[in-house]
Design a protein around this ligand. Structure first.
Ligand SMILES: *Cc1c(COP(=O)(O)O)cnc(C)c1O
Length: 403
């Protein structure tokens, strides 16, 4: 499963950029970070230059181009570009609540193993997060889901952790049967495929993140993709203060009444801009190739750890071609390991701390497997500037520290 030599050379040269750049910043050159974004610098600058020359850096123009490119890439019919995935998760809940008449205190089932942004979105709209335990893929366990459903349950938020699809199809089948909406937090899933297709097409709404350390890095932005075309119309208004027509379509239509708009919603300032979209358009061209290199790195880690009884690797669901946002393992001595690796200039992460450990989510339900994972999980460095030697350095340090 080694990549061809040509692709390996491309990524080795990214790793040379790393050295030059770090010397300039006088950062210690041989540190290995968890995440480092890579940009095709000249191509991004060229694309941004077009915005400056045209005099259009805001909503419209490149945001429309990026939405079209994203639809084409994923197979979604409706994508709206936003300032972040957090904004997208909030709007998903807000719009469903308004359109379907949910009430304050209604329940949304979520996972305690996620970035707090997922669960904040529920709380922003005064709904109640109810945590469901996770399975072997660290995603919501369909076998634990039904017991969490009550007559107040309105939606499930499924987080494709690390790019994995987990048991998404089983979870969706339950949601359909119980008449519950499925929100897919696909912050890690740019480029993930399930049986050859973008899994987001299975959900009622899918939200992607293009934040700086995600697989398609811009600086901050995200995409919201509703299945129902009527909700796509609403989200375009809700993300722009609730105004029913954006500036771009007004000024490109012409006509005497282009200043005239109505404000049907108390919306938010959540839309994306053309500078971020310009970067996104360039990064999208390389997403599949970048993810292939991430899978290469994961393969190197897998090979190195496969016969080590002290290291548990996370299985990959059948049919899932993961974006490999993360490479995670479970070990007994996680906190010790963290210190041991830091002392050697290696900086792993934890995805995530069980959210019930945060005061505001302490009452969202006990999830013993999630609590266990939270104590033992570690995310090893995973980014495009790592070369084979870097991965081996991490492998050796991890292997020494588990002994
Ligand atoms: C990063 C992340 C988000 C939020 O993404 P932003 O674009 O930074 O708002 C949401 N959920 C998960 C699982 C994430 O990792």
């Amino acid at each position: 499963m080694l990549l061809d030599r040509k692709i390996y050379l491309i990524y080795s040269s990214l790793s040379c950029q790393k050295i030059n750049c770090q010397q300039e910043l006088s950062v210690q050159q041989n540190n290995i970070q968890l995440f480092v974004p890579s940009f095709r610098v000249q191509e991004c600058l060229d694309e941004i230059q077009v915005c400056f020359e045209k005099g259009w850096t805001g909503l419209g123009f490149k945001t429309v181009e990026f939405e079209e490119a994203w639809n084409k890439y994923t197979g979604h019919n409706h994508s709206h570009f936003l300032s972040s995935a957090t904004a997208g998760l909030h709007l998903s809940i807000k719009i469903f609540k308004e359109v379907y008449g949910w009430e304050d205190g209604d329940e949304v089932i979520s996972t305690p193993i996620t970035f707090v942004s997922t669960n904040h979105a529920i709380r922003y709209e005064r709904l109640k997060p109810v945590f469901c335990d996770i399975d072997q893929y660290f995603c919501i366990d369909p076998n634990k889901l039904e017991e969490k459903i009550t007559n107040k349950t309105r939606a499930v938020i499924f987080v494709g952790l690390g790019g994995s699809t987990g048991q998404l199809e089983e979870v969706i089948a339950i949601c359909k049967r119980r008449n519950i909406k499925l929100i897919l937090d696909a912050a890690h899933m740019a480029g993930t495929r399930l049986n050859g297709k973008a899994p987001g097409n299975l959900a009622d709404v899918t939200v992607y993140s293009f934040q700086a350390v995600k697989n398609l890095p811009t600086a901050d932005s995200g995409m919201i993709c509703f299945k129902d075309p009527a909700l796509d119309v609403i989200v375009r208004q809700q993300a722009w203060l609730g105004i029913d027509k954006d500036t771009f379509s007004r000024s490109s239509e012409g006509g005497a009444y282009k200043w005239l708009y109505s404000v049907p919603y108390l919306g938010y300032k959540y839309h994306g801009n053309s500078i971020m979209a310009a970067i996104g358009l360039v990064q999208l061209r390389y997403l599949d190739q970048d993810n292939a290199y991430r899978r290469q790195i994961a393969y190197w880690y897998d090979k190195a750890f496969e016969n080590n009884p002290r290291i548990s690797r996370i299985p990959m669901p059948v049919g899932c071609d993961s974006s490999r946002h993360l490479y995670q393992i479970l070990i007994d001595n996680r906190d010790e390991m963290m210190l041991a690796l830091n002392s050697q200039g290696i900086y792993p992460g934890v995805h995530y701390r069980d959210n019930t450990e945060y005061e505001m989510y302490a009452d969202c339900g006990d999830c013993p497997h999630a609590a266990e994972v939270s104590r033992h999980v570690i995310s090893l460095p995973m980014h495009l500037r790592l070369d084979y030697a870097d991965v081996q350095r991490v492998v050796e340090a991890v292997t020494r520290a588990v002994k």
